[in-house]
Design a protein around this ligand. Structure first.
Ligand code: HEM
Length: 356
């Protein structure tokens, strides 16, 4: 993505390219997940405008066909879902072939030991079929893959879109994050995953974004498995919850509770600095046994992507007016108006940007 943006800004009038950040961030999150599933990275083309693999592009086209048809139960939807399933079957077969080749090379060595390194997630699950055939069935794998793509893509990309929107409306925060990256990473190389623990202010920006705009504001519906009573220092203390009740947790309201957060509506990443928000109640990824299993992946992806965007480019709004922060309706809290912005290469990164 950085390469595409660098090229676009180099040829734009005034060296400032107008970027559809919503689409870019969605494509990137999708591409990251596809890469995790089947290690498609090595098939990337050198084409300047190509920022995802062939397989990721095909899958994205299928998803884009499915989205407007969901809820409209009709033949068209059945057709495209069939196409999607065929695509996944092909993907699983290709991974199976790769695993076989790997096993041949390794002779009698247990392939599951080496699979994590060389294979994508599908390959790892296929190698586990040997030891746990009842769990890692093909049907299980082909159900899990679209599920992860479905829940992992838009949540991550929407959160990054909110973060960029907040930064565009708070240029002082944006500048402070750039200064942090400049002093810790410098301009001689791209930020990488090992830098993330050393970029606390960037982390505060992500936390503050997740507080204000949790991608799943009502988490996922839960169900009380037994009769229970709510205890605690809260308005619903003493309530009975019968077994079988559907529970919706309003994380959005909890994150903006003035009893916990000073000026809760304000975007102020500093509130998380030096562990100041420790112990305060926040649950953008849910909690307990059904907590989001993608939290680590999402935090790393968001850290790396936002870090690289801020390190390599200066960002400004398209117009003088503030970015519209209205939310759209739906289970995922996305922006009503897709984010666009102007990006310009940063002078201290020009040597790096020329090489990538
Ligand atoms: C910023 C990004 C993300 C946010 C805010 C987020 C948030 C959530 C939330 C709130 C839940 C429900 C937890 C509950 O009800 O207690 C959830 C569940 C889940 N998430 Fe995420 N998620 C994100 C990224 C991801 C990614 C990248 C993946 C995987 C690729 C993922 C996979 C899942 C799965 C599989 C579940 C269901 C878990 C279960 O029901 O046991 N999520 N996520």
């Amino acid at each position: 993505m950085v390469r595409c943006l660098a090229r676009a800004s180099a040829s734009a009038p005034g060296a400032a390219a107008r970027v559809e950040l919503k689409r870019r961030l969605f494509d990137l999150s999708h591409s990251v997940l596809m890469e995790i599933m089947e290690q498609t990275r090595n098939t990337y083309s050198d084409d300047a405008d190509e920022d995802m693999s062939k397989e990721a592009r095909e899958m994205k086209e299928i998803i884009e066909e499915i989205i407007p048809l969901v809820g409209v139960a009709n033949r068209k939807l059945a057709d495209v879902v069939k196409r999607r399933n065929l695509f996944f079957d092909k993907m699983i077969d290709a991974e199976r072939q790769k695993l076989k080749q790997l096993e041949r090379k390794k002779g009698e060595v247990d392939a599951s030991d080496s699979a994590d390194e060389k294979m994508g997630m599908i390959g790892v699950m296929l190698s586990l079929q040997k030891t746990e055939p009842d769990v890692y069935m093909d049907t299980f794998i082909s159900a899990l893959v679209p599920n992860l793509l479905g829940v992992g893509t838009e949540t991550t990309s929407t959160t990054m879109e909110w973060a960029m929107s907040l930064l565009l409306n708070h240029p002082d925060v944006l500048k402070k994050a750039q200064e942090e990256i400049e002093s810790i990473v410098g301009g001689g190389r791209l930020v990488d995953k090992n830098d993330l623990p050393r970029l606390p202010y960037l982390h505060c920006i992500i936390s503050e974004t997740l507080r204000l705009y949790p991608a799943a504001p009502m988490l996922l519906p839960h169900e009380a498995s037994t009769d229970c009573k709510i205890h605690g220092d809260c308005k619903i203390h003493g309530y009975d919850v019968p077994a079988g009740s559907m529970i919706l947790v309003n994380a959005y309201a909890i994150h903006r509770d003035p009893a916990t957060w000073k000026d809760p509506e304000e975007f102020r990443p500093e509130r998380f600095e030096h562990g100041r928000a420790e112990g305060k109640f926040m649950m953008p990824f849910g909690m307990g046994r059904r907590v989001c299993p993608g939290e680590n992946l999402a935090m790393r992806t968001m850290g790396l992507v936002l870090g690289a965007l801020l390190q390599c480019f200066d960002w400004t709004r398209i117009r003088d007016a503030e970015v519209d922060m209205a939310t759209a309706t739906g289970t995922i809290m996305s922006k009503a108006v897709p984010l666009e912005a102007l990006c310009k290469r940063r002078a201290n990164m020009s040597a790096v940007l020329q090489k990538i």
